[in-house]
Design a protein around this ligand. Structure first.
Ligand code: SF4
Length: 494
């Protein structure tokens, strides 16, 4: 437990009076040593905390730990986060707080003005912010791995604090079915895609790495840069807010951020161009319309090499292009034959789809299955997907109520739909509901007026109809409403 210096139990006013406590410098290592010393009634000023990654705890330490006092749950949470801070004094601070909490100051954490409480709170906050940045700014790149058909996704990140273990659980839950590695200068963490349901599966940690050990690009990167450039709105740039939310130090590892300086530099000119174009359009309302950024993106995306749907689904599972990825369980990508003649596009996954990770498996999906069967269409022959790949919901007690995705979320998700269209290349697309139809056609669609007939989309036809959830909501699971839905599907197939 301790290297040997005098007076383990007495007052210690100088370094010479302190016991040197060696411990593995992580929360568990400190906790084990702290419990042992607390049980032995060693005062904070009698300890010099000496981090030692190779330290092996004495055999009796855990037994003594069992007799240690309890502390508020909030202290454990704060301590767990603050232990990841880079400040060298954090271990002594944690022990001093532990000591005070267990020696007559049980409600210490309620004193926000106390210097120790203020400091641990600040450390925990710094660490959580660093974790937040890691979640937001890690960018995985696909790397082919010998012996595997699917790539490993590798990312490089430079955290400010020692957060790799602390943050790893998030990435395991989020990317549970993929093989990935996150490399940092101090530690690396790896996951082999065992799935989160396997509770025995654990990520494993290794030593730090160098930046050149991580890939600095992959096939989809140029497409994402093109997309980012197309949605970048120079009229809405808040330069200081952007730098505060996305500190410049992270930019070098984010493909889209490479574009920011150039885009901002060109902002004034682009604002002027946009105003000029708008004036022309307002004045004329005729003639060739200027190419929209979306049209440019679509053209450039289609020019990319044809990736496999599996690879695309893997990339989509990493997507954090809008806020819907936060509360949802997982990305629900499309499924079906890669050469399907018909593609069916819904709005977004529902509660059951979000949990299952597959499209159209909930009540609306079952109604769709019945309608497809009635129209003589085999589900296995069509490609099923959604305009938005994450479930948007409003929590209501234990339930999660469907919430309609907004314009920005649909636009953020459109590149995935574009890729699916380019890869599957269906002759016809059945759009279930207005969100799907509008995402495909890039204009307002009045489904009740435009349903049941084809609308040209390049060389394809889009056939809008209602979403089966609309039939469920209006109690039209049978009868004329259902029959008309079946007729729409049949017409699209004809
Ligand atoms: S909803 Fe679409 S754009 Fe938003 S995070 Fe999910 S996959 Fe990405």
């Amino acid at each position: 437990m301790s290297g040997h210096q005098p007076s383990l139990f007495g007052d210690a006013d100088t370094a010479a009076d302190q016991a040197v406590v060696h411990f593995v410098p992580d929360f568990a290592g400190w906790q084990r040593a702290a419990r042992a010393h607390l049980t032995a009634d060693v005062a904070p000023q009698a300890i010099w905390w000496q981090p030692d990654p190779d330290h092996v705890a004495p055999a009796g330490q855990s037994a003594r730990a069992a007799r240690s006092a309890t502390v508020p749950k909030r202290f454990i949470e704060l301590a767990r986060a603050a232990a990841c801070h880079s400040a060298e004094d954090r271990w002594a601070l944690l022990y001093r707080l532990l000591w005070r909490l267990t020696h007559g100051e049980r409600h210490l954490l309620a004193l926000a003005g106390d210097a120790d409480v203020a400091r641990i709170t600040r450390y925990a906050k710094n660490v959580r912010r660093d974790v937040h940045k890691m979640k937001a700014f890690v960018r995985f790149r696909a790397v082919d791995e010998p012996g595997f058909t699917e790539p490993r996704y590798v990312a490089w990140f430079e955290p400010t604090h020692h957060i790799v273990e602390y943050a790893a659980g998030f990435f395991v839950r989020r990317f549970s079915n993929m093989r990935w590695s996150i490399l940092t200068p101090e530690r690396s963490v790896h996951w082999n895609g065992q799935g989160h349901a396997d509770s025995a599966a654990k990520p494993w940690f290794g030593p730090g790495a160098a930046k050149h050990d991580a890939p600095d690009g992959d096939d989809l990167e140029a497409a994402w840069q093109t997309y980012y450039a197309s949605i970048f709105n120079p009229a809405r740039v808040k330069w200081n807010a952007m730098r505060s939310e996305m500190p410049v130090k992270y930019w070098k590892n984010m493909p889209e951020a490479q574009l920011i300086p150039g885009l901002v530099q060109a902002a004034d000119r682009r604002v002027a161009d946009m105003e000029a174009v708008q004036k022309d359009v307002d004045a004329l309302h005729c003639g060739p319309r200027p190419a929209t950024p979306e049209a440019t993106t679509r053209a450039e995306t289609r020019a990319r090499p044809a990736f496999s749907l599996e690879r695309l689904a893997g990339e989509a599972a990493l997507c954090r292009a809008c806020g819907l990825c936060g509360p949802a369980t997982q990305t629900v990508f499309g499924e079906g034959p890669a050469n399907a003649r018909i593609m069916i596009v819904g709005e977004q996954p529902g509660d059951a789809e979000d949990l299952a990770g597959r499209p159209f498996v909930g009540p609306a999906g079952q109604l769709l299955d019945r309608a497809l069967a009635a129209a003589g269409i085999k589900r296995g022959e069509v490609y099923l997907t959604n305009a938005v790949k994450h479930f948007k919901f409003t929590p209501a007690g234990k339930k999660r109520l469907h919430a309609k995705p907004d314009y920005h979320e649909v636009a953020a998700c459109r590149p995935w739909l574009e890729h699916e269209l380019a890869l599957v290349d269906p002759e016809r697309v059945i759009a279930l509901g207005a969100t799907a139809a509008e995402s495909l056609l890039q204009r307002r669609v009045a489904v009740t007026r435009e349903r049941g007939r084809p609308i040209a989309l390049g060389e394809r036809e889009v056939w809008p109809t209602v979403h089966p959830s609309y039939l469920l909501r209006s109690n039209a699971e049978t009868g004329p409403g259902f029959e008309r839905f079946v007729a729409d599907l049949r017409a699209a197939m004809a």
